[in-house]
Design a protein around this ligand. Structure first.
Ligand code: SAH
Ligand code: SF4
Ligand code: F3S
Length: 452
C-alpha cells in the first residue's frame, strides 16, 4: 500500500484543505506515513500571506529533494506535489526553482488530484501545473469529509472580495463563494454522527457567507448558525475569520440566543488608526470596530475577543501606532496574532511610498506584543479557581494526562483517564501561564453541557 505525507503551512483553511486531500488519498487506497522519509507521495500545502512563509517553503523543499534522492538510491520513487496559495501566486517560480516537483495545484483545484496522479507517468518530466479558478466547485468532487475527532473544521465560504491593500488572499483564493446551506448541514450532520462535538465553520471572510438554501433563497451566517444549532449531538459551534464591517445585527443576536455558540470571537482589526485603516482599504474605522465589540458584549457579556494586527504598514506614524495600543487597552483581547507588515508583490501597499524601516517594525511589534501578552496572561490568570467545560482532544505529554480546550480556546491540561478523551468535562482551573491552563476534574463532572 502506498503511503503519503502532507505538510501544512498557513491558516486553518489550509489545515481543512489538507484534511480533505488526505481524504482523497485514503480513497485512492493510500495511507498516511509516519514521516516524509517513508512516503511515496509528499504534499506541501503552502501559504503566501507573508514573505517569510513563502521563503520557508523553498528551504523546506530543498530538504525534501534530499529525501527524494536518498529514496531513489534505495530504489524507491517519490512523487512531490505542492498545493495551496503559493502555487496560485508563483506557479512558474516553483517549477523553475524546484524542478523535482512533480505537480503543483492551486487551492481551488486540488479535487483534480486523482486525475493528476494518474497522468504523472504520461508526462515528459515537466511539472504539471493547474492554477485555474475553475467554474466547478471543488466540494462537489471531493469524497465526503471525515470527522477528525471531537473537533472538526467545516469550510463554508472561500475567497475574499475585500482587497485589503496589503493582502494576497483575494488573488490566491479568488473571489468569495459560499457553499449551499443543505451541503453544509449534511456535512455537519455526518461529522456529528462520526463523533464530532465541536464544529468550527471556516471562511476567509466567513461572516459574508451567502449560501443558497433548499429553496434557492440566499441565506446569511446567522441563518446557518440557527440551523446548525438544531443538530442534536453538536455541542459547540465556532466560526472564523470574520470581517468587522460584515458583522450584522442578526449575527450579534446569535451570540445572545444560541447557547452552542462559544463565547470567543476572532475579529481582526489590523490597526487602531483611521488613517491606516483607510490606507489598508478596510471598510471600518476604529470607532466602528469598538461599537461592534460593545454590541457583541451587550449580547453576551461573557464574550472574549481575539484579533490580528499589522504593525509598520506603509506611512504608519508613532501616533498611528499609539492609536493601535489605545484600542488594545480598550478591548483587552484575550488572545491575538500580530505581524510586521510584509511587502507582497502585486498588492497595492507594496507600491506605496513611506515603507517603514525593519528596525521600527521590530520595535513596534515588541511593544504591541508585550501589551497583548499581558492581557492574555491576565485573562488566563483570572481563570484560576473557575470551573470550565473542557473538550479533551489529545493525550498530554505525560502519562495519565489529557489536553483540551476551554470555551475560550485556551489550551488546558489535566490528569484524566483516557476514557474522557473526546468528551466535554468540567474542570476546575488550578494554574495558568500565557499559553496554557492546568486543572483538576471536578467531582460533579458531567458530559455534554457547556456551563461557564
Ligand atoms: N481573512 C482574514 C485573515 C487573512 S490573513 C481577515 O480578513 O482578517 C491573516 C492575517 O494575516 C491578517 O488578518 C493580517 O493580520 C495578516 N496579514 C495579511 N497580509 C499581511 C501582510 N502583507 N503583512 C503582514 N501581515 C499580513
Ligand atoms: Fe485579506 Fe482583507 Fe480579505 Fe482578510 S479581509 S482575507 S485581510 S483581503
Ligand atoms: Fe496563507 Fe492562503 Fe491561508 S495565503 S493564510 S494559506 S488563505
Amino acid at each position: 500500500m502506498k503511503q503519503y505525507y502532507i505538510k501544512t503551512f498557513g491558516c486553518q483553511m489550509n489545515v481543512y484543505d489538507s484534511h480533505r486531500i488526505a481524504g482523497i488519498l485514503n480513497d485512492l487506497g493510500m495511507r498516511e506515513a509516519a514521516s516524509a522519509k517513508q512516503a511515496d507521495l509528499i504534499v506541501f500545502n503552502t501559504c503566501h500571506i507573508r514573505e517569510k512563509a513563502t521563503e520557508k517553503l523553498f528551504s523546506d523543499l530543498g530538504r525534501i529533494c534530499e529525501i527524494k534522492q536518498e529514496r531513489a538510491l534505495a530504489g524507491k520513487d517519490t512523487v512531490i506535489g505542492v498545493v495551496g496559495c503559493v502555487v496560485q501566486a508563483e506557479d512558474e517560480q516553483i517549477a523553475q526553482r524546484a524542478r523535482f516537483v512533480d505537480f503543483a495545484l492551486g487551492p481551488l483545484t486540488y479535487h483534480r488530484l486523482p486525475e493528476i496522479l494518474k497522468n504523472l507517468d504520461r508526462r515528459h518530466s515537466r511539472t504539471i501545473i493547474d492554477t485555474e479558478f475553475p467554474a466547478e466547485s471543488k466540494f462537489d468532487f471531493l469524497p465526503a469529509n471525515q470527522s477528525s475527532g471531537a473537533c472538526s473544521f467545516l469550510a463554508i465560504q472561500e475567497g475574499c472580495n475585500n482587497f485589503c491593500t496589503y493582502c494576497v488572499v483575494p488573488y490566491t483564493r479568488g473571489i468569495e463563494t459560499s457553499r449551499p446551506v443543505g451541503e453544509v448541514l449534511s456535512e455537519a450532520r455526518k461529522l456529528v454522527a462520526e463523533g464530532t462535538l465541536e464544529i468550527n465553520l471556516l471562511g476567509q471572510n466567513v461572516n459574508s457567507y451567502h449560501g443558497e438554501d433548499e429553496n434557492g433563497t440566499e441565506r446569511d451566517l446567522a441563518y446557518l448558525l440557527h440551523r446548525l444549532n438544531e443538530i442534536d449531538g453538536l455541542e459547540r459551534i465556532r466560526y472564523t475569520t470574520s470581517y468587522p464591517a460584515d458583522v450584522t445585527n442578526d449575527l450579534i443576536d446569535c451570540h445572545r440566543s444560541i447557547k452552542k455558540l462559544m463565547p470567543y470571537l476572532h475579529l481582526p482589526v489590523q490597526s487602531g488608526s483611521d488613517t491606516i485603516l483607510k490606507a489598508m482599504n478596510r471598510r471600518h474605522t476604529a470607532a466602528q470596530y469598538l461599537d461592534i465589540i460593545a454590541r457583541l458584549k451587550e449580547a453576551n457579556p461573557l464574550l472574549g475577543f481575539s484579533s490580528d494586527f499589522i504593525v509598520g504598514f506603509p506611512g504608519e506614524t508613532d501616533r498611528d501606532f499609539e492609536a493601535t495600543l489605545n484600542l488594545v487597552d480598550k478591548v483587552k483581547f484575550i488572545q491575538a496574532f500580530s505581524f510586521k507588515y510584509s511587502r507582497r508583490p502585486g498588492t497595492p501597499a507594496a507600491e506605496m511610498p513611506c515603507q517603514i524601516e525593519e528596525k521600527v517594525k521590530k520595535e513596534r511589534l515588541q511593544i504591541l506584543q508585550d501589551k497583548l501578552f499581558s492581557y492574555q496572561l491576565k485573562f488566563n490568570r483570572d481563570s484560576i479557581g473557575k470551573t470550565m467545560p473542557v473538550l479533551f482532544e489529545n493525550r498530554g505529554r505525560h502519562p495519565g494526562q489529557l489536553t483540551g480546550r476551554t470555551p475560550y480556546m485556551q489550551n488546558l491540561y489535566a490528569k484524566a483517564d483516557k476514557s474522557l478523551l473526546n468528551k466535554i468535562i468540567r474542570v476546575r482551573i488550578k494554574d495558568a501561564t500565557m499559553n496554557a491552563l492546568s486543572g483538576e476534574i471536578t467531582e460533579e463532572q458531567q458530559h455534554g453541557r457547556n456551563f461557564i
